[in-house]
Design a protein around this ligand. Structure first.
Ligand code: HEC
Ligand SMILES: [Cu+2]
Length: 387
């Protein structure tokens, strides 16, 4: 809209949906405001004191008139409700093929990392058009708000909690990124740009390693290195043991906790299990898992989660009789589709006894590194993890 933009650019699929709703709500409001305004004016003039009109027939109410304006309004309200709920619910539920970007808000900047290729960015985000991206947000200090007006998305980055939001960009160009939650002195400086590129430009950008100097390490690779350095594998083996449960196919599986709750092993659960294991103690195990709250930062915890995710998805085992029995350490061939290999369980009680997992041929101390790590394979194991 030339030089008088009423709205920011529309640069995501979500933006068009949001604007359509905004336009509908504004039009409806304007329409009914006009109707009420006109009627009030007409009646005020017509029935003003001393005017010569018939006041005899005035009843105190008219059922049909009341129904005639109530029902359509209820209808309109319901239509608006359904129409609004759909995108509102959708924006927090990324499609399964969305690429993850991990976002840390901290006073007063945004740290972002592409999970697929490991590229890091500060106050900048590069994405191609037409591809869904899922943001996993967390804060290292106070609440921040990740806000890209051109995408019409805004999501809080909270301390101690993962939030998600997703988008598909539609328009190449440079789009403002803001912090929308007052977070201290330099709050107004906290922001940057989202660069939306054509797929070709984006591929070149990724190939050149983005804007970072060092060859990027994916979170999964960094997580594997951390896992090795911290010797998590001293306790967590390729199969459930008395000492500790296996982390293979943990992701997505249902966990029975000592506090009686049953939870799904998602990002937030694993984060708690690593940082504050006492909050999510598993049934059948002792509280021997060390607390990593003070020694690992949010990025390192996320790296470990990505590594644990790469050890397979156990969602398919939920609801079966051996609900918590581990599957083999093979990576599932495709999403949600496990290779069906016999698992010797026999155990009826979750995690009460070591599970015999015959298919794992390699009883090494550490869970084997997945053979197919995506992205850059040149990074060296044991590199520094401190920044
Ligand atoms: C001293 C042994 C020990 C070490 C070392 C250890 N853990 Fe654990 N871990 C346990 C035990 C025991 C449990 C089960 C009890 C609980 O829930 O805390 C557990 C539970 C977990 C769980 C939840 C598993 C599930 O099945 O729900 C995760 C995730 C986890 N550990 C990750 C790690 C990571 C990552 C490291 C290394 C940074 C690590 N652990 C180091 C003993 C250990
Ligand atoms: Cu902020």
């Amino acid at each position: 809209m030339n030089n008088f933009p009423l709205l920011p650019d529309q640069a995501s699929t979500y933006a068009t949906q949001v604007d359509a709703i905004g336009l509908a709500l504004t039009s409806l409001t304007a329409f009914f405001t006009a109707v009420v305004f006109i009627l009030v004016t007409v009646f005020a003039i017509r029935y003003r004191r001393g005017s010569n009109v018939n006041r005899k027939t005035a009843g105190d109410h008219n059922t049909w008139v009341e129904i005639a304006w109530s029902l359509p309004l209820v209808g309109i309200a319901l239509v608006m409700f359904v129409w609004n709920v759909k995108p509102y619910a959708e924006v927090f539920n990324p499609p399964p093929d969305a690429e993850e970007i991990f976002v840390i808000g901290k006073r007063w900047m945004w740290h972002l990392q592409h999970s697929v290729n490991g590229i890091r960015e500060n106050n900048e985000l590069h994405v191609p058009v037409g591809r869904p991206f899922k943001l996993t947000l967390i804060s290292q200090d106070v609440i921040h708000g990740f806000y890209v007006p051109d995408f019409r998305i805004k999501r809080d980055a909270m301390p101690g909690q993962y939030n998600t939001v997703w988008f598909t960009a539609t328009k190449p160009g440079k789009h403002h990124l803001f912090c929308s939650e007052y977070c201290g002195t330099d709050h107004s400086q906290m922001g940057g740009w989202v660069y939306v590129m054509t797929p070709g430009d984006y591929n070149n950008w990724v190939r050149s390693g983005g804007t970072s100097a060092a060859p990027p390490k994916t979170p999964e690779q960094a997580g594997y290195e951390l896992f090795t350095q911290l010797a998590c594998g001293n306790c967590h083996k390729n199969q459930d043991a008395i000492r500790a449960p296996t982390l293979y196919n943990l992701y997505g599986r249902q966990r029975n906790l000592q506090n009686g709750k049953v939870v799904t092993a998602d990002d937030s659960y694993i984060r708690k299990a690593i940082r504050t294991p006492e909050e999510v103690l598993l049934q059948g195990y002792n509280a021997t898992m060390p607390t990593y709250k003070d020694s690992l930062d949010e990025e390192q915890v996320h790296d470990l989660i990505m590594y644990i995710k790469s050890l397979g998805n156990g969602a398919a085992t939920n609801g079966k009789t051996a609900a918590t029995a581990p599957k083999q350490g093979n990576k599932p061939t495709s999403e949600g589709e496990q290779q069906v290999t016999p698992v010797v369980t026999g155990a009826t009680q979750a995690n009460s006894a070591p599970q015999v997992d015959t298919a794992l041929s390699n009883p090494t101390v550490k869970p084997a590194k997945p053979t197919t790590l995506p992205g850059n394979a040149t990074s060296t194991v044991g590199g520094s993890t401190t920044r």
